[in-house]
Write a protein that binds this ligand. Structure first.
Ligand code: TYD
Length: 212
């Protein structure tokens, strides 16, 4: 079974993933946790180019690099793990590409769809937990400030995070549109709720839909 987590940077995905892994492991369920981009030797190099470098990357170049990283991870790790019956938890998968490269960078959604199909070998999540947060709130969490600049600079930010507030507003709109198109798979959770409340909701939904 494949469980994915989505949301804009700062929505609290990693905390929820840790909580869920602890819960499932406690139930004796073997879990493999991965994050995108990255997860294989080549994919980690691509991650470095995408996030840590200061190079300008074109929207199409960015799309293909995220997709190349995904293709490596799917073929080397995700497909074999699912094939051997493991539960895989992924911090971001192709919905990130639709939200960030489609809605954020403005790449045609039909073009995205075919690249996504190729890079994932057609693998789709069984369930996606989307932690919804307004970009302003996410940036407050990141900067611990009340006034948020429209363009960001600074060493503490990766290349994607320097894209600015308008970009993040479009990304969030992308996630909301994805939710409307996939209302069975894609579960919205308010990231403003407490960590414990979100975790309980995730566990309850998993137990209800997929009694392990
Ligand atoms: P990461 O440091 O993993 O951040 P986070 O904790 O927010 O997940 O950085 C991943 C960044 O890459 C994040 O800004 C989202 C972006 N991204 C895309 O733009 N497209 C994609 O397909 C993926 C997987 C990530």
């Amino acid at each position: 079974m494949l469980i994915t987590f989505e949301g804009i940077d700062g929505a609290g995905k990693s905390t929820q993933i840790k909580e869920l892994v602890r819960h499932l492991t406690g139930q004796g369920i073997e879990v493999l946790t991965l994050r995108e981009p990255g997860g294989t030797a080549v994919a980690e190099k691509i991650r470095h180019i995408l996030l840590e470098s200061s190079h300008e990357i074109s929207p199409i170049g960015e799309l293909l690099l995220f997709s190349a990283s995904r293709a490596e991870l799917v073929q080397e790790v995700i497909a074999p793990a699912l094939g051997s019956g493991k539960t895989v938890i992924l911090d971001r998968f192709y919905d990130s590409t639709t939200a960030y490269q489609g809605y954020g960078r403005g790449i045609d959604l039909e073009v995205l769809r075919s690249i996504i199909t190729v890079s994932t070998c057609g693998i789709t999540p069984d369930i996606t937990f989307y932690l919804d947060l307004e970009p302003e709130e996410a940036l407050k969490r990141k900067f611990s400030k009340t006034s948020i600049p429209l363009e960001f600079e600074g060493d503490e930010l990766d290349r994607m995070e320097r894209s600015g507030l308008e970009f993040y507003r479009n990304v969030r709109q992308g996630y909301l549109d994805i939710m409307h198109l996939n209302n069975k798979r894609f579960v919205r959770l308010s990231a403003l709720d407490s960590v414990a409340a979100i975790h309980h909701r995730i566990v309850a939904l998993l137990m209800e839909r997929f009694p392990f």
